[in-house]
Design a protein around this ligand. Structure first.
Ligand SMILES: NC(=O)c1ccc[n+]([C@@H]2O[C@H](COP(=O)([O-])OP(=O)(O)OC[C@H]3O[C@@H](n4cnc5c(N)ncnc54)[C@H](O)[C@@H]3O)[C@@H](O)[C@H]2O)c1
Length: 339
């Protein structure tokens, strides 16, 4: 039985909690959150992703206000680290150094330097650290990667990714809207697609980004062209300046030589392979969502079971590195080379 602790019981802590409950041979034993009203607040919790709503039964789960106390008393084997981004590096180090495996939410940390600290801490402890890049595990995105890698429809000549929503307004003190604590829209939201672009195509040579800013100078929308050479165009767009009534949308169009792959939450069917020859079809994809699949992957790695090669800590760090270059490109209004 894997003993699980959850550090940070806000929107994503509750998401991890629900998904851990679906994994066999696992028991969520403890939760820590600095909020003294966590039990009451959990009852009226909201977020922007389906699956996070509804009542949560905390019977039999020990509640703590602080991570060290939770580790000392509840002795979890693993924790989901679902704390605000500015705490990822410090709290991952704390848990790893006390012998606990860590599944840390994306983005890995606010800076490449902090990501490197986390990689060192994981190496030193000999424990597993995995970053929650759930899009790599999202069934349709995983299938698209499989199709692209198979070479069946030729090379990718163009790809467009989009992720759009209203500003995240659910955090206790609005830390999301403080760029020094969340990294802003580029590091918090758009990194999902940056990381997936890296997953599909490796490191880009450079990035050219444009952004829209609020009157007080905060980036709220970003569009990036990733440089993978002259013969293809790869673009991702992320924004959280949409109105509340818009909701949340994520989508991609992957243009291969002999097929177009389309995914869009708002279409029916959501996912289609449109080949040059024959009818469009929806290929079968894996069960569950990206959160469940990343948690199952992590549990297998911790148990020493075989898994597919999906992500490394260096790649998670490099996604932060690419986003840093994207933000620099917006500010300097020019292309930024990475390699
Ligand atoms: N993978 C995804 O799709 C996805 C979606 C949303 C957020 N995230 C990421 O998940 C992380 C958490 O985001 P969230 O939406 O859950 O935020 P949140 O504000 O809803 O929750 C954070 C929780 O941490 C608690 N907390 C703060 N400081 C603490 C401390 N020192 N000790 C213990 N508890 C503390 C807060 O009280 C709060 O309950 C962020 O890094 C965010 O970028 C990922």
């Amino acid at each position: 039985m894997l003993r699980v602790g959850i550090a940070g019981f806000g929107f994503m802590g509750r998401m991890h909690f629900r998904h851990w409950k679906m994994v066999p041979e696992v028991k969520v034993v403890a939760i820590c959150d600095a909020n003294p009203n966590i039990e009451e607040d959990t009852k009226k919790a909201v977020g922007n992703i389906q699956g996070a709503e509804g009542q949560i039964d905390l019977t039999g789960i020990e509640l703590f206000r602080d991570l060290d106390a939770m580790i000392a008393k509840a002795k979890p084997d693993v924790i989901s680290l679902t704390l605000p981004t500015y705490l990822h590096a410090e709290y991952s180090e704390k848990a790893l150094s006390q012998g606990v495996h860590v599944l840390c939410e994306k983005p890995m940390a606010l800076t490449v330097k902090d990501c490197d600290r986390m990689i060192q801490a994981a190496r030193k402890s000999g424990k597993i650290l995995q970053i929650g890049h759930c899009v790599r595990f999202w069934p349709e995105y995983a299938k698209a990667k499989e199709i692209v890698d198979s070479g069946r429809y030729g090379k990718v000549v163009a790809a467009m990714f989009q992720r759009l929503g209203a500003p995240p307004g659910w955090s206790v003190d609005n830390w999301f809207l403080d760029e020094s604590r969340s990294g802003g829209v580029a590091l918090d939201l758009h990194i999902h697609d940056t990381d997936y672009v890296q997953y599909l195509f490796g490191m880009p040579r450079g990035v050219c980004s444009h952004g829209a800013k609020t009157p007080d100078g905060h980036l709220i929308h970003i569009v990036t062209t990733y440089d993978y050479g002259e013969d293809r165009v790869i673009i991702a767009e992320g924004g959280w300046g949409m109105t509340g009534t818009f909701g949340f949308e994520m989508s991609f169009n992957l243009v291969l030589e002999k097929a177009t792959l389309v995914y869009d939450l708002t279409r029916t069917p959501m996912f289609r392979v449109c080949p040059a020859v024959g009818e469009a079809f929806t290929p079968p994809v894996g069960d569950g969502d990206g959160y469940l699949r990343e948690i199952e992957h992590f549990a297998k790695v911790v148990r020493g079971q075989p898994v597919k090669d999906v992500l490394t800590l260096e790649q998670s760090r490099d996604s932060v590195r690419i986003v840093e270059a994207e933000k620099k490109s917006v500010t300097r209004q020019k292309k930024i080379m990475i390699q």
